[in-house]
Ligand binder design. Structure first.
Ligand code: AMP
Ligand code: MG
Length: 417
């Protein structure tokens, strides 16, 4: 059919009207999953001071050379250095300092002997220090020391603009004493479902009704991608209800409105009509399967994307069209879907030549991914998506892929090895 827009063209038309949202200040310790809008260079060295990597005794290594369990070397203990010790200790010649992991190395010391290699090992470790210690092992300069700056040097670039912050990134920011950072504003996406058949969780099942699952699948996908989701609820199958649902956004307009259902050719598909009457529609049919009825336009100037109602189609539509929008709003490159090549273990056909996404299972055999179909491929069958770990992609214009041929697969399961 000539009026079906190719998937890539639809993506590009959408991204063409989406602008990055700019940045805001965020407390570093709350910045999990936010996207950095600046490069972060280190204002400190890490570790900030030379410190011990073991519980033991700081020594001048040349003063215990030759120590062994057969001929231990004994030194008086002149200093006790717990973690958090704030003075610059100085190790007197011919003595050792009891030191704990993370505590500052006293001036003069060049190695730490672990307590396990001394006569103190079997003794109680807590309480006052002993007056002397016998060493069963010698040491080289630098043994069991963590040098200032060995992890991060002063001024070093540690986190780059565009990075989505992981827990360990937040840890580094906090370790560096950084309190505030610039991050991209969180995309705000308003979400609604539509259809008189939809029940909310907790409502009793009734003839002809189904539970609204799209709201929950889409909320999870969008939030995982870093968006804030504003739930508009369920619109009924009449133009007033659709309009009232959409008008909730006008108080504080989001970056995008996402709807599901009501954009096809059914007698009660009013969403498209309401968009056309209160904004404009750029397109509403895409050359893909499942998910042909994908509509894009604006409602009173706010970008709008209408996904199909069938749950698998809505999910795939969100992956193909909405996640790239969220990445662009974040200032990130839009297309980062993880794609691998897989050998097909059974033939696949796509009779009408639309770009097709099949639910499949990938498994690795001798280092090579093999793919087979899973579940019933009907676009309403959400459980088949639960059973899948990948989407197998048949390009537009290809009607058949034989067993043994290779195709692209989008990985859905982050745990997949
Ligand atoms: P429609 O686009 O309104 O024709 O809907 C297509 C199919 O998707 C119908 O079988 C609907 O019942 C189903 N559907 C629509 N919205 C949802 C939803 N939020 N959750 C689950 N199924 C839905
Ligand atoms: Mg409907």
């Amino acid at each position: 059919m000539t009026d079906l827009l190719p998937v890539r063209e639809a993506q590009e038309r959408i991204l063409g009207v989406i602008k990055s949202r700019g940045s805001e200040t965020c407390k570093a310790e709350l910045a999990y999953h936010r996207v950095l809008a600046e490069n972060i260079s280190s204002p400190l060295a890490l570790p900030p001071f030379n410190n011990s990597s073991m519980d033991g005794y700081a020594v001048r290594s040349d003063e215990i050379s030759g120590a062994s369990s057969a001929s231990p070397v004994t030194l008086p203990v002149s200093l006790d250095i717990p973690a958090g010790y704030t003075q610059q200790g100085v190790l007197a010649r011919g003595t050792a300092a009891r030191i704990l992991t993370g505590a500052p190395i006293p001036e003069g010391a060049d190695a730490v002997i672990p307590v396990e290699d001394t006569d103190q090992y079997k003794k109680p470790q807590t309480g006052p220090m002993q007056t002397s210690v016998s060493f069963y092992k010698a040491a080289k300069p630098g043994d069991n020391l963590r040098r200032a700056g060995e992890d991060v040097q002063l001024g070093q670039l540690v986190l780059e603009k565009g990075r989505r912050l992981l827990p360990q990134d937040v840890g580094v920011l906090v370790s560096l004493g950084i309190r505030e950072i610039q991050v991209y504003k969180k995309p705000r996406i308003a979400l609604f479902s539509s259809g008189d058949e939809l029940l909310l969780p907790g409502q009793p099942m009734a003839p002809g009704k189904i539970y609204d699952s799209n709201t929950y699948v889409l909320t999870g996908l969008l939030e995982d991608a870093g968006a804030e989701v504003i739930r508009l609820g369920v619109a009924h199958d009449n133009p007033e209800s659709v309009k009232n649902t959409l008008d909730q956004v006008l108080q504080n307009p989001p970056d995008l409105i996402v709807g599901s259902a009501g954009v096809s050719v059914g007698a009660f598909d009013y969403v498209r009509e309401v968009i056309e009457a209160n904004g404009s529609l750029s397109f509403w049919r895409v050359n893909m399967r499942p998910g042909k009825p994908v509509a894009f336009g604006n409602y009173k100037g706010i970008p709008f994307i209408g996904l199909p109602g069938n749950p698998v189609s809505a999910y795939i539509g969100a992956l193909v069209f909405v996640l790239p929008i969220i990445r662009k709003l974040h200032g990130l490159p839009p297309f980062t879907q993880k794609v691998v090549q897989a050998v097909l273990d059974e033939p696949l056909s796509s009779p009408d030549g639309r770009e097709s996404f099949y639910r499949g299972v990938l498994s690795k055999v001798d280092g090579v991914y093999h793919a087979r179909l899973t579940g019933h491929q009907g676009s309403g069958n959400l459980f088949s998506l639960v059973q899948a770990n990948a989407l197998l992609v048949v390009p537009a214009g290809v009607n058949r892929i034989s067993a043994g041929e290779t195709l692209s697969a989008w990985i859905l399961d982050p745990e997949l090895k």
